[in-house]
Design a binder for this molecule. Sequence first.
Ligand code: ADP
Ligand code: GLC
Length: 485
Amino acid sequence: MPLSLLSIASEVFPLVKTGGLADVAGALPAALAAEGVQVLTFIPGYPAVLSAVGEAAIVAEYPALMGGAAVVRRAHAYGLDLLVLDAPHLFARDGNPYLGPDGKDWPDNALRFGAFSRVAADLAGGRRGNLAVDVVQAHDWQAALTGAYLHYDPPERRPAVVTTIHNLAFQGIFPAYLLGPLGLPADAFSVDALEYYGSISFLKAGVVFADRITTVSPSYAAEIMTPEGGMGFEGLLAGRSSDVSGILNGIDPDIWDPARDPHLAVPYSAADLAMRAGNKRALQSDLGLDPVPNAFLIGSVGRLTEQKGMDMLAAVLPNLIARGAQLALLGSGDLLLEKAFGALADHYPGRVGARIGYDESLAHRIEAGCDAFVMPSRFEPCGLTQMYALRYGAVPIVSRVGGLADTVIDANPYALEQGVATGFQFAAGSQGALAGALERAMSLHAEEPENWAQLQRNGMATDSSWSVAAKQYANLFRALVAKRA
Ligand code: ADP
Ligand code: GLC
């Protein structure tokens, strides 16, 4: 029997994206459909979303939703069955969905995403919109109050609640006086509910009021129950360890396919790896790098933040440049890191190309043109860009943590000998280990081209599609529904 799921996500590719959550929320519905799970995706009505769906039919109306009138629209776009929260007072703001023009969080983010979760609970519980939903999947803190609303204001038919943690670093922490404006009772300010070190945490509610908690890789699921990786949530999560599981993300094989990628200068497949050279040349020219065909070209795409360990990359770069390497970087984030990479590009013209900003097309071209793709993350719940690298024949160099540990097989002598290696791993958080891994990769690239090509072919043959994960999610959802029947 088909099962219906309401997926609640604050970003969904290609409508609005700041990172991997959007890719996941955009790709999972089609994969779940193949497993008999019908997905409705609920998303805030940012300007980009509303202009993509047009004047779609209204399925629910709110004369007063946390400070203004709102409606829910139902639309189909990009193969997604969408419910859109059209609440101009909360979401009619251009640019990044979470940050204002000053680069800081919008001051009313608690109410924006509180309202989003409130409406999600109403829709899922059948109070509005006339929908029958078996399970809700609340992604990250922005959706995490859904379970709290279903708990404090129970509908006749409560759906099962799954909270999916994409990144424990973002916990949705706000002052406790907001409970009233959020429409939650005063007794929600309790250690067994939303209270978190004197404030309230949306994500904590997501954990407390969920039937199951998932995260995006098995290793990260284990890490978040430890003091080193739990970011204050370790006790809470360990207390529910039998309800916590890690389901490794997949990638969208149509959007990330080097043989059919419209962004590339030269499409290619594992059978004609030599064609990558054309993409390398194009990338070098794009970013003002010297057109040296055999220079070791390191690629990087992502948020420039502490999480991603980009400060360590900046620190080890001069040594690599001295040995002939090049860097092609695309990213944005912390101002200091943006400046640091800008300065490196100025200091090493022709050797370091840094594009500060967001550019979907360049992200594809870096994956296709670089020799190695580096991710020195201090923690990484899953990471998608290393999986894109595998599929594009760029050899990933990653720290041994979270989803990176789960997706890359280190080229140690044994794995090379067995012919199973796909990349390089090193101890997370260590600049020395990062430098060592980069040198190891650079030597293999220069001295053992056959082994290097084997890494590329192995990576390209890795199955990173969503089908495995979709089966795991579908089984989990079905088990929850069976339990309550
Ligand atoms: P995270 O979600 O932690 O940022 P992921 O590796 O899961 O990391 O996903 C990042 C996604 O965002 C990928 O699709 C990546 O290509 C994309 N991305 C990140 N930064 C940029 C950027 N500056 N320009 C274009 N795409 C980017
Ligand atoms: C988060 C994590 C990243 C993960 C993505 C999608 O943004 O930082 O590791 O791949 O979510 O689940």
